[in-house]
Each structure stands twice: as C-alpha cells, then as structure tokens.
Design a protein around this ligand. Sequence first.
Ligand SMILES: [Zn+2]
Length: 291
Amino acid sequence: MTGRVGLWTETRETRPRPVVHRQQMTEDAHGCPFCDPAPDDDRLLPEAADRGVGRWFGLHNISPPLDGPTGRADLAVATDHWPTLSHLQPHLATVWATQLDVQLQLAARAPDRWSLLTTAVGVSAGASQHHPHGQVLTPLAPPPLTVAQQQRWAERGTSTAVLAEPLLIESVGGVHLVAPLVPLGPLDLWLVPMRPVGLDQLDAEVVGALVARWLVGVHRQLGRAVPATSAAPVDIKTLLHPPLPDGTGRWWAELQVTERHAPGVAAAPLVDVVDPPERHAERFRSAGRSA
Ligand SMILES: [Zn+2]
C-alpha cells in the first residue's frame, strides 16, 4: 500500500546499518598531533598522572577549537601512541585509571561547572586519532538531557530498577557494572555507584577495573584477536557524567560499543524485548568467568 519494503531481524546487530569505516584513520604515528609535544607547546596543560604504566598529560584541544563563552574542551593524552584503549593490553585497568586521574584534574579546574568526561576509540565512536586520549568537555551549562537524567536518579525506584540483581555483572568498591534497561547497543553497559556520590568520591582504580572487565567481556563475545600496533580492535565510547553543580544526582557512566549501535539511534535507546537486559548481563557474567 505504501510502496515501501520493510526488513526486520530480531538480532539487533544484524539489522542494516551504514557501513562503518573502522580503519579510516592513519595508523602511522608520524604526524600524530599528540605524539611528543615540544616542552614549550602552548597546548600543554599542567595536569598529569603516572601510575607506573605510562604517563598521561593534559592538552588543550584545538580541533575543534572549543573555547570561550560556549565552554571548553581539554584532552587527557597518553605519552605512548600504541596500544589503543580498546586493546586487551597488560595493565589495561591501570591505563584507564591513569587517564581518569588526568580527566578528574581537568574537571576540577572548573568546579562550578558541569563537565563530561568522555573517551572515544575508533571512527564509529567519533575519534579522529588512534593515539589514546580522552576529553573533558565543560559547557557553559549542562545539556537539558543531562539535567533530566540526573533528576531521574532522585526519583523513587530509579536506582532500585537500575541496580536490580538480574542486571548486575560485577560490583567493585560500591560501584556496579550493570546491563542498562534501555541500551543503545547490545554490548553497552553502565557503571553506577550504589549510593549517590559525586566525583570527589570516585575511585579511579575501581572505575578502571570495571572498564577493563567490560572490555574483556566485549572481546570474548566478539572474538577478535589483533596485534597491539593496529587500529582499534573494537570501537568504543565511554561517557562519565558527574552530578549537576548544585549536587543533584550522582556520577554514573555509559560504556558503549558504538560499532554495534543500530543506525540513527544515537539519541534513542531501544527496549530490546527479544534479548532483554537480563540476558545481556548473563552473557557478560559468563564472558568473565574463565578470565
Ligand atoms: Zn601519537
């Protein structure tokens, strides 16, 4: 009647999607904008961290040049060009914790502002460089969606539903790794502290351990093996949301496998009735059992 043909598959990851060019970026470290900045490079910031597995430092972002009245964007950058943050490298948890150390320092530069602590790996996640780096985006005001999300945490029943036992994959230091009720993709997870706490009570080591636990589960389910000096083995994005500046809400984080997102749903989570979140949680639990 409409002249249109529809296709449907119950498996979200096999639905039609735009081709993801996962290896568009050059793998050559020569010309990398983050490798070996000169000591007098005016992008360099004083923030830095080292947990014994590689130094990370702060760098003012010049591309895109977000600065001035609309907000600010700064980078946490690893000294080493390889491996990427989605390779299953030794000390993966500590590498993520070190990145977070610098991101927390960058966010603390504007304590009266809300900052998004985010990391993108791979083209489908929006990254423009393979070199391990994260961003701290400090807009003039929190986005309306962020405000709404943080207010939801205060509603009766929200944390009870999100932290329910069937969705739990692992708990470390009072932080739950959970399958979200309405994920953007089948390998996405959330990090949620059991109690509403702010960034000042965030333990970077705990977050690093749980991000690494997620990546182990992702790799076991994808079954990809790649050398340590290759493009990202899997495209991922993490978004760590602090509470609002007035204290509303809690820090929480989204862990996304962006290459598994259905097309056009960047802002529209899907309720998966065929493969419900309880099954995602069970899959991740068994993917870590023999680790
Ligand atoms: Zn580099």
